[in-house]
Design a protein around this ligand. Structure first.
Ligand code: ARG
Length: 457
């Protein structure tokens, strides 16, 4: 195999060693970024008088031809291509001859790969953001439609207090909003251009790195060549952003899996987003949500695995850093696969409002009973204890809390006949009217702000 570095070696690389060393199977995804980086580098070399105008033109024309081959999926890789950078340079040589050998002047694959990868990520960030936004839009539309749909809210997976379904849906909107904002914040740390850092010490030619960075769509040139070629914080952050988004999708999924059980019966998934059993003809399974839940675990592993790779490294480039690409591609592909499916599944699911509101029992309004006493002047701690006694009295009599006779209430505290009104679920919800509460009024306000967030960027 011919390599870019064969000069000082007497034999070619062992075949299995070659297979271990090569990154082409995965870094071919950086093809377009690599070609564009090289086009910009050729321009920078010409401005630095390293290339003549003719040489630069030849190289740029050649690279554009290579780019076209990639775009048309006509590019043929050779067995000797160690990585995408080698492949592009090899093909350029075939197309334009000797001038191709001048392109790599003053740069290294170390600054080249870091540049390509950051460019790739700059292209990928908006794709992820859009996919997240797609799911947010579905949650928002559902929330608009379910502003008075009642849902039992749970803590510890025990019935706790009633909320509206809209409020619950929006809780997931906001976690996804943070995911999207995190990706937007990350952009600034990705948009530093390492090209011109050379192998580690900087380039020995008078390259205008600031202009080069700009021409490639970066905000600025990385300020330190050693850091420039070895910094992979952006990779760890990206994996964290993906992993945390995965965790959020897992939470939505776990809820949906529960809600679709016969025991809950709150939601029925459309057939287009359910799967069956090979044995049990009656089964309708929420596999897609389970996959989303399961893949969150895999994505967390991608982050922790890569952090461990970084941990032991000494300064500058080490081949360990080649391990950065696969997890990023995998996390990206995973999220881009899950997000639209969850969006479609939620958009088409059937919501059983009757089952949801029937699952709200009177004991879920015990806090409202305590609040009733507070409004009559009793300290909350005391009101909590009195209400607790009422809950116990009802349970002992086999009654639900709203069935407790007035005489029993009055034996416990300053209750009057109007205590019955406490058990109107919608009234309870309407009281939670402060910012962020579950009242339809507060939720309407949330919807308004959520719409601005979706439109705003
Ligand atoms: N395939 C390598 C990577 O992904 C490219 C950089 C190689 N640099 C080197 N010094 N061997 O990191």
């Amino acid at each position: 195999m011919t390599t870019l570095w064969g000069g000082r070696f007497s034999t070619k690389l062992n075949e299995q060693a070659w297979a271990l060393n090569t990154s082409l199977p995965f870094d071919r995804r950086l093809a377009l970024q690599d070609v564009r980086g090289s086009i910009a580098w050729a321009g920078a070399l010409q401005k630095a008088n390293v290339l003549t105008e003719t040489e630069c033109e030849q190289i740029v024309d050649g690279l554009q031809a290579v780019e076209k081959e990639f775009a048309e999926k006509a590019f043929v890789f050779a067995e000797s291509d160690e990585d995408i950078h080698t492949a592009v340079e090899r093909r350029l040589g075939e197309l334009i001859g000797a001038a191709a050998g001048k392109l790599h002047t003053g740069r290294s694959r170390n600054d080249q790969v870091a540049t390509d990868f950051r460019s790739w990520m700059l292209d990928s960030l908006p794709l992820l953001e859009d996919a997240i936004k797609g799911l947010q839009s579905v949650l928002l539309a559902l929330a608009e439609a379910h502003q008075t749909t009642l849902l039992p809210g749970y803590t510890h997976l025990q019935r706790a207090q009633p909320v509206t379904f809209a409020h619950w849906l929006l809780s997931h909107f906001w976690s996804l909003q943070r995911d999207r904002e995190r990706l937007q914040d990350l952009r600034a740390r990705v948009a530093l251009c390492p090209l011109g850092c050379g192998a580690l010490a900087g380039t020995a030619f008078p390259i205008d790195r600031a202009a080069l960075a700009q021409s490639l769509g970066f905000d600025m040139a990385s300020p330190n060549s050693i850091d420039g070629i070895s910094d992979r914080d952006f990779v760890a952050e990206y994996l964290f952003c993906c992993g945390l988004c995965g965790v959020h999708l897992s939470k939505i999924s776990e809820n949906i899996v529960l809600f679709t059980t016969a025991e809950f019966g709150f939601i029925e998934l459309s057939d287009a987003y359910s799967t069956g059993s090979s044995l049990m003809p009656q089964k309708k399974n929420p596999d897609l949500f389970e996959l989303a839940r399961g893949k969150a675990g895999t994505m967390i592993g991608l982050l922790t695995g890569f952090m461990a790779t970084l941990k032991g490294l000494p300064s500058t480039y080490d081949k360990d850093l080649q391990e950065d690409k696969v997890p990023v591609f995998q996390a990206t592909d995973t999220l881009l696969a899950i997000l639209p499916v969850l969006a479609g599944a939620l958009e088409t699911m059937n919501v059983n409002k009757e089952r949801m509101s029937a699952a709200i029992d009177a004991s879920m309004l015990a806090t409202d009973v305590a609040d009733y006493l507070v409004r009559k002047g009793m300290p909350f701690r005391e009101a909590h204890a009195v209400t607790g006694k009422a809950v116990r009295a009802a349970a002992e009599k086999g009654l639900s809390l709203d069935q407790l006779p007035l005489s029993e209430w009055q034996a416990l505290g300053p209750f009057e006949a109007d205590v019955q009104q406490v058990f109107e679920v919608l009234k309870s919800i309407e009281k939670r009217n402060a910012i962020g509460g579950t009242s339809p009024q507060s939720v309407k306000n949330q919807i308004r702000i959520a719409k601005l967030k979706i439109k705003g960027d």
